[in-house]
Ligand binder design. Structure first.
Ligand code: AMP
Length: 281
């Protein structure tokens, strides 16, 4: 497995792969890998000849009050996991190489980023779209794979891929969960064992919404109230950023449950902000 740390070298390696007729899949990550990430790498291996996994904790997508400096990192363990999952190349650029001194260009996906996470984290998607556009330009993949766990991010990046005419097949892979249903996330490592048990509240609330939707309850306020009750009963100190019901493609808010309705939520637990989502119908 090849480890590449320079942008130049990554570009020339991908040019050679393409010249030799090899298809390339890109899996962008921020490292501290878990089964969710590894499922993307395995899927990528089935779709292309070569899998490039990038590891870059992108500083610009964290606001000043967020967890950039304490974000978990473990390069050695990540490399072992990628190798086992069948990765071919790991791209680990330095921030200085990605954002040289005179850097001044950003990619702004407009409507889709003005809601949900974009509302609570202004500038976040501007940074995410920019770094992913850069990774696309550096690696020129045939396929790019993102997780449903960060569903708004996937929809935003899919739009960018189409709007900017990237010749890339955009794949969204399902969320991998722990046994109790908690969506795997590098941020779960922040919890103590006791706190971790309460983190299941997001999944339980989503399941409650799904059951209500399947019972033909279409009043979103009633569903939201029940979800809040579920969360508070499991984790009394939880602070709910939002519980939203939107159309899966457009992210437009819905007034009632209907086909393609997805529920997403963001909750702060013990100083850790988690997000999750579930398609209801
Ligand atoms: P991150 O390292 O958090 O930036 O995530 C890198 C990629 O892995 C993104 O496309 C995420 O959506 C995806 N991902 C993160 N957690 C999961 C999960 N539990 N299941 C599937 N994909 C995930």
């Amino acid at each position: 497995m090849k480890i590449i740390r320079s942008v130049r070298q990554m570009q020339s390696h991908c040019r050679i792969l393409a010249a030799n007729g090899k298809s390339i899949a890109l899996v962008p990550t921020m490292g501290f890998l878990h089964e969710g990430h590894l499922s993307l790498i395995r899927k990528a291996g089935k779709l292309c000849d070569r899998v490039i996994t990038s590891i870059f904790v992108n500083p610009t997508q964290f606001a000043a009050n967020e967890d950039f400096s304490r974000y978990p990192r473990d390069e050695k363990s990540d490399l072992a996991k990628i190798k086992k999952a069948g990765g071919d190349v790991v791209f680990i650029p330095k921030a200085k190489d990605i954002y040289p001194d005179n850097f001044q260009t950003f990619v702004d996906v407009q409507k889709l980023t003005r809601t949900l996470e974009g509302n609570v984290r202004p500038g976040h998607f501007l940074a995410v779209a920019t770094i992913v556009a850069k990774l696309f330009n550096i690696t020129r993949p045939d396929v790019a794979i993102f997780g449903m766990k960060d569903y708004q991010q996937a929809i935003v990046l899919k739009q960018m891929t189409s709007d900017l005419n990237y010749p890339i097949r955009f794949v969204i892979a399902p969320t991998v969960r722990e046994k109790d249903g908690l969506a795997m996330s590098s941020r779960n490592s922040y919890f103590t064992t006791e706190q971790r048990k309460e983190a299941v509240c997001l999944y339980r609330a989503l399941r409650r919404a799904k059951v209500m939707a399947s019972e033909n309850i279409s009043d979103l306020n009633a569903i939201r109230t029940d979800m809040e009750r579920v969360i508070k009963s499991i984790c009394p100190t939880a602070e709910i950023d939002y519980i939203a019901f939107t159309d899966f493609e457009s992210l437009e808010p819905l007034m009632t449950i209907r086909k393609n309705c997805i529920c997403s939520l963001a909750v702060r637990l013990f100083n850790v902000r988690l997000i999750d989502n579930m398609k209801l119908l």
